[in-house]
Write a protein of this length. Structure first.
Length: 269
């Protein structure tokens, strides 16, 4: 049995031909293919040492998602190709854990990597926590996160600063939520966004009907795993956006109630 290794530029047509030999493999994950296509379209795909692998009979045993992404993106990619493997090699192929966006940021030396990755996911979903939470990973696609950071120079430094300042809010709400919404609110009204979150951190409210006070009291009353008043993160996110809208408009607030079924409230309203 001779095993050969080569570096090849795989065209969409070559990828299609290779996929014709894909007779014994796990079901194709279209979500994974889509994430690879996204990375390729954003020029974020790099040769990383993972190979396209074929057994001694020429059957594809590893690489179906990458090949499908090449075929569907219409973009050629340079990859390592290994041929002549024992068919049993497939049983130990690709069984490790994929790196998350948070792990990627940690490897880049960023502080608060999980908080930052989750906040970026919220930002990319334009503050709609329902959509952000509904994704396969709450920290989002590593490719999407890397692309966002590349497209927003200097933004990640601001997010790290927010994470440091708002870390004391962790007893009330996810810090990543505070970081993500601070960034989004800043795009609407920077001064108001600063005061909104400063008041929550320092418990500095203007009056009894200050929306921030109402939000703090509601979240504080919901603390504790066994608390019957406990609320889920989607509701917390809705409360934050509603409170922000009222605060920015100078409105008073008496109480907070969960939104009825429908669209997630917009932080721009």
């Amino acid at each position: 049995m001779t095993i050969t290794t080569s570096i090849e530029t795989i065209t969409p047509e070559a990828a299609e031909a290779m996929l014709q030999t894909n007779e014994r493999n796990r079901p194709m994950s279209q979500k994974r293919v889509a994430s690879f296509i996204e990375a390729m379209n954003a020029n974020e795909w790099h040769m990383n040492g993972q190979s396209i692998a074929f057994d001694v009979s020429g059957k594809l045993i590893d690489g179906q998602h990458r090949l499908s992404a090449i075929a569907n993106s219409g973009l050629s990619q340079t990859m390592i190709v290994v041929r002549g493997l024992n068919g049993k090699a497939q049983e130990t192929t690709d069984i490790g854990m994929r790196r998350s966006a948070a792990q990627m940021l940690s490897m880049d030396g960023l502080k608060y990597p999980a908080i930052i990755a989750t906040a970026i996911n919220l930002i990319q979903n334009d503050g709609d926590y329902t959509k952000a939470r509904g994704q396969a990973s709450r920290t989002g696609s590593p490719y999407k996160v890397a692309s966002w950071i590349s497209d927003h120079p200097g933004a990640v430094e601001h997010l790290q600063q927010y994470a440091s300042v708002y870390h004391d809010l962790k007893a009330l709400l996810p810090v990543s939520m505070a970081v993500g919404y601070r960034y989004l609110f800043n795009g609407v009204d920077g001064a108001a966004a600063y005061e909104f979150w400063r008041g929550l951190v320092e418990l500095d409210f203007d009056h009894g009907d200050d929306p921030r006070r109402v939000l703090y009291k509601r979240l504080n009353a919901a603390k504790g795993i066994r608390n019957t008043n406990r609320i889920n993160n989607i509701t917390i996110a809705q409360f934050i956006v509603k409170t922000w809208s009222a605060y920015r408009k100078g409105e008073k607030m008496q109480r907070l109630l969960p939104s009825k079924h429908g669209n997630f409230p917009s932080y721009r309203d």
